[in-house]
Design a binder for this molecule. Structure first.
Ligand code: NAD
Length: 433
């Protein structure tokens, strides 16, 4: 008998040595901070565990989740809601810590938080007597909308007074954010709202993909010195981030040879037709079957392309497969797609990695705009939002590239150092740590 309770599953025992912890310990020591101070910056300030009884079609489906409120020294806790079958507490803590670092390096006045909601879709299919093996997209959407509505109601003490400001992450999107708004009726309380909903922002839905695209161009042009039109790329994940990123890259003339997702992958060495793939995925919910030649995730990671972009989930490039990577550079569109052990292996092979806290910061940069303009009925142009993202990501990358060169450290360590200095400074001023 499985004796683990949902809380035990969520807590998942001892916190593993995650990548951000690894870098923050190192950077903290370099900054001359004592251990308790470093721990104060690394640890979340509050963790909330939630039981969510989700009411759907006359039945109650209970799911569990957690909110990690990591750090609000520089502004309100900010971070997306992830719904996935493998969510656990330490993953949510890690993602909230990344948000603190991301908002800090981007120099926007937010702190870091995150929500993880663990949903076993097979259990839901069993409860509702469905047989489609998790593939009924209409059912999946109805479920995630109801989960978010229940979440907003259970977590209202954090959301309604802008203590924690959620946004989309894996498994959630603009529609879910509209359901959260329904509960709060405050346009500043949630970002990533769909077009036409009070306080929405033009360009928000494309913003993370757009930012990753700009980061990819900087990697190609400034670091790898490969003209974008002559470059090749492989992409894991074709959701909110991956799909828009692919459209921007294809428009620029970059050859995308392979795309994979949860259900399968497609490969064409001459380049996939990305706008046709976008339409195909909108209809079928997966890239699988778009062209004849298929590819697995592991094959994709080993492709001989210039740039590899993991835009799906965490820890996919790890010590088992990092040795097989042949790309010259990686853009971390997903959060923590590379483990710290793999990071060391890749750096020994001189693979250049644009770290997640910069590469995928376009979303939270746009969220800052959405939040601060939430009471205005006058809409800013999408192009203006993109310009703000450009400027912020370029500033972060300039700082990272020069710190990396000056101190002979990798881009990831340089990024964490820049971010951590700002967080420490704010904590010192507010709390005299
Ligand atoms: P999404 O749910 O819209 O899409 C996820 C994509 O990844 C889908 O194509 C899915 O099939 C695929 N996928 C999931 N698990 C996979 C697996 N094990 N193997 C292969 N493919 C898999 O999610 P998203 O919003 O695009 O987020 C993707 C990543 O980007 C996540 O790591 C998220 O934390 C990060 N991110 C998202 C945002 C945002 O604004 N949405 C912002 C910053 C970072």
């Amino acid at each position: 008998m499985d004796t683990l309770s949902e809380t035990e599953v969520l807590i998942n025992n001892k916190e593993p040595l995650t990548r951000s912890k690894f870098f923050m310990l190192k950077v903290g020591e370099n900054m001359g901070l004592d251990k308790p101070t470093i721990r104060d910056i690394i640890n979340p300030q509050q963790i909330v565990i939630l039981r969510l009884p989700v009411k759907l079609w006359g039945k109650v489906f209970v799911v569990w989740g957690c909110i990690s409120l990591h750090n609000n020294a520089r502004g309100p806790y900010k971070g997306g809601i992830r719904i996935a079958p493998d969510v656990n507490l330490w993953e949510t803590v890690e993602l909230s810590r990344l948000m603190t670092l991301k908002t800090s390096i981007s120099d926007i006045e937010f702190g870091g938080g995150k929500t993880g909601i663990r949903v076993d879709i097979d259990d839901a299919y069993k409860l509702f007597g469905k047989k489609d093996q998790g593939n009924d997209h209409e059912f999946n959407k109805a479920l995630s909308l109801e989960i978010c509505e229940e979440f907003a109601s259970e977590a209202k003490r954090y959301i309604n007074d802008l203590t924690y400001i959620p946004a989309p992450d894996m498994g959630t999107g603009p529609e879910e954010m509209a359901y959260i708004y329904n509960q709060t009726l405050n346009p500043a309380s949630v970002t990533g709202k769909p077009e036409g909903i009070h306080g929405w922002l033009p360009g928000r839905k494309e913003s993370t993909g757009y930012g990753c695209y700009r980061a990819t161009l900087r990697l190609l042009e400034d670091i790898l010195r490969i003209p974008p039109q002559k470059s090749t790329l492989a992409l894991q994940g074709f959701g909110n981030v991956g799909s828009y990123l692919a459209l921007f890259l294809a428009e620029k003339g970059i050859t995308i040879q392979a795309v994979t997702d949860l259900y399968g992958g497609v490969y064409d060495p001459d380049g996939l037709d990305i706008s046709a793939l976008y339409d195909y995925v909108s209809e079928n919910g997966t890239v699988k079957g778009f062209v004849e030649k298929s590819i697995t995730n592991e094959e994709l990671f080993a492709l001989d392309v210039d740039v590899l972009v993991p835009a799906a989930t965490g820890n996919v490039i790890n010590k088992e497969n990092a040795g097989k990577v042949r790309a010259k550079g990686i853009v971390e569109a997903a959060n923590v797609p590379i483990t710290y052990e793999a990071m060391n292996l890749l750096s020994a092979k001189d693979v250049k990695v644009i770290p997640d806290i910069v590469a995928n910061s376009g979303g939270v940069i746009a969220s800052m705009e959405e939040y601060s303009r939430s009471l205005s009925a006058i809409k800013i142009e999408k192009e203006s939002v993109f310009r703000i993202i450009d400027e912020k990501i370029n500033n972060s990358l300039n700082a990272v590239f020069s710190k990396s060169a000056d101190e002979n450290i990798g881009f990831s360590e340089a990024a964490v150092q820049l971010a951590m200095e700002r967080v420490y400074d704010a904590m010192k001023k507010r709390w005299h740590i």
